[in-house]
Write a protein that binds this ligand. Sequence first.
Ligand SMILES: Cc1cc2nc3c(=O)[nH]c(=O)nc-3n(C[C@H](O)[C@H](O)[C@H](O)COP(=O)(O)O)c2cc1C
Length: 309
Amino acid sequence: MNKILILYYSQSGQLTEIVKNFAIPFVKSNNYSVTYANIEPVKEYGFPWKGYEFFDSFPESVNRIPCKIKPLDLGDEDFDLIVFAYTAWYMSPSIPSNSFLLSDQAKRIFKDKPVITLLGVRNMWILAQEYVKNKIAENGGRLIGNIVLRDRAENLTGIVTISYFLFTGKKDRFLGFFPKPGISQKDIDESEKFGEIIKNHFDNKTLENLQDNLLEHKAVKINPYLLSVEKTAAERVFKIWANFILKKGGPANSERRTRVNIFRWYFPFAILVIAPLKYVFFLIFAPFRIRKSREEVKYFSQVKLMSNL
Ligand SMILES: Cc1cc2nc3c(=O)[nH]c(=O)nc-3n(C[C@H](O)[C@H](O)[C@H](O)COP(=O)(O)O)c2cc1C
């Protein structure tokens, strides 16, 4: 009997639904046992979000500062395959998911184990995954597969619809005509196929070429423009803002209220003004960086870690 552990944290239930569909082939099989482990923060992040709380979670997300989480009730159990399912917050793993990665329990659970990452995000996740890759390796795990389910709406439309979803908790059409928010129900329902692929590779002991097969089934899509936005935002601009806010204290500290509120104004400005400008520059310079762009798409689609990009 092969033992699969699925770690996840989901607020609205979207990622939970993905996880449950993904696991169907393993649950149906007599050769596998599936254990779900729901990561739970001691102090829950409210859902639907309130405006201030949403932006107050920004500095800790960006600087990857953990919150307190409840220990998972797994005893000393040993698993054959770990699935780490997570969402991205401000281009980083969500604070509860990151808190697990930084825990002592993660060191024990990941050590010498094959790991699959399964993401349920909007569309900016690449640098979060790069960080997660590093943490899995530091914890002694071996990343063998990555699957990313994302919102397929165009970037600005997706920002409108996900904001509606996160602030109301509703997954219907905003104003009656916007597309439905988040990951499409079709993609969520079809995530079972990725579980099937992984199960086949596990059964046939061919895990070394698992990611290539997952890519053939469109498990990951890299958008070079969004990657360039991530690089500017997550690696530079977000860090400056996060450190600026953190100088006034930790989560919910009233001293940092003014700075969080300034950021609250800056954020839509960045999305509506800076990001489209960046798109124009991206298009102008795109012909000069075709080779680099191809290399990046290839690298970030894969599960290996490299430091020279
Ligand atoms: C505070 C916050 C920040 C987010 N930032 C991003 C982001 O940078 N990139 C992204 O693709 N999705 C982002 N999302 C969307 C989440 O990754 C996720 O798809 C959504 O919250 C639904 O997840 P759930 O299953 O936990 O409800 C963000 C969500 C929240 C709550």
